[in-house]
Design a protein around this ligand. Structure first.
Ligand SMILES: C[S@@+](CC[C@H](N)C(=O)[O-])C[C@H]1O[C@@H](n2cnc3c(N)ncnc32)[C@H](O)[C@@H]1O
Length: 219
């Protein structure tokens, strides 16, 4: 099933509440000294925009969301309230099209585990190119401990901790994240367990990594 057909069939598949990462990011940002001007946030793989809109409602910011599902972007644009239209923008496109933007924050929830090795490298490059030195990354991805999907389906050869059941999923270890995100200083990295209600009535049990890092200024 493609993302377009998933969104067409299930509409707001994870509901209209923010993701676990958006709640974490919002609490974190509300707990630090407020910036003098609105911060720029890039939401990579923003889906139908639930997190972009939540961040814009709760933090003094402008959010740019990009997703390559036209169905998701159409849903995001339709549900964008009038008072958010100046500070939230959505674009349909591949994350690779993001070229050297200088964002205060890159935010990306539940996208990385869907990517194969080359795409994960490209994704990290996109993050590196788009977050300012001293800027932050808020990131979530499935852990090896995920009870819903880990070990299900066909193990992918030459790809550690990756399986293909209905879709390809890569599961991260702490060591892998520390190694592959060394352009950031890790401030928070912890596993988070939750039950996710879906619009089709299913409930999924997940454990994911929640990660917050600050772009190193010495590289
Ligand atoms: C599991 S969904 C998460 C959506 C959103 N972050 C959320 O939590 O509501 C993953 C999203 O990544 C998007 N995606 C996958 N590959 C992409 C790519 N190469 N460029 C942009 N978006 C991509 C998909 O279209 C999908 O909307």
């Amino acid at each position: 099933m493609t993302w377009d057909s998933l969104y067409r069939t299930n509409q707001q598949v994870w509901g209209d509440k923010p993701s676990e990462l958006a709640t974490f990011a919002c609490n974190y940002l509300q707990g630090i000294k407020p910036p003098s001007k609105a911060i720029d946030i890039l939401d990579l793989g923003c889906g139908y925009g639930r997190d972009a809109m939540y961040l814009a409602r709760n933090i003094k910011c402008q959010v740019f969301g990009i997703d390559d599902s036209s169905e998701a972007i159409e849903m995001a644009q339709k549900s964008l309230a009038d008072d958010l239209k100046l500070c939230v923008k959505f674009q349909c496109g591949d994350f690779r099209q993001m070229n050297n933007g200088k964002f205060d924050i890159v935010f990306t929830s539940n996208v990385y585990h869907l990517l194969k090795s080359d795409d994960r490298n490209a994704f990290r490059n996109t993050i590196d190119k788009n977050v300012k030195p001293g800027g932050m990354l808020f990131f979530s991805t499935l852990s090896l401990s995920d009870p819903e999907h880990f070990g299900k389906g066909k193990r992918i050869e030459n790809e550690d901790n990756s399986f293909e059941d209905k879709v390809f999923i890569h599961f991260c270890t702490r060591e892998e994240m520390e190694r592959d995100f060394s352009f950031l200083t890790i401030k928070e990295l912890f596993e988070y367990e939750f039950y996710e209600s879906r619009s089709n009535g299913e409930i999924h049990h997940h454990i994911l990594w929640m990660f917050m890092g600050v772009k190193r200024q010495d590289l």
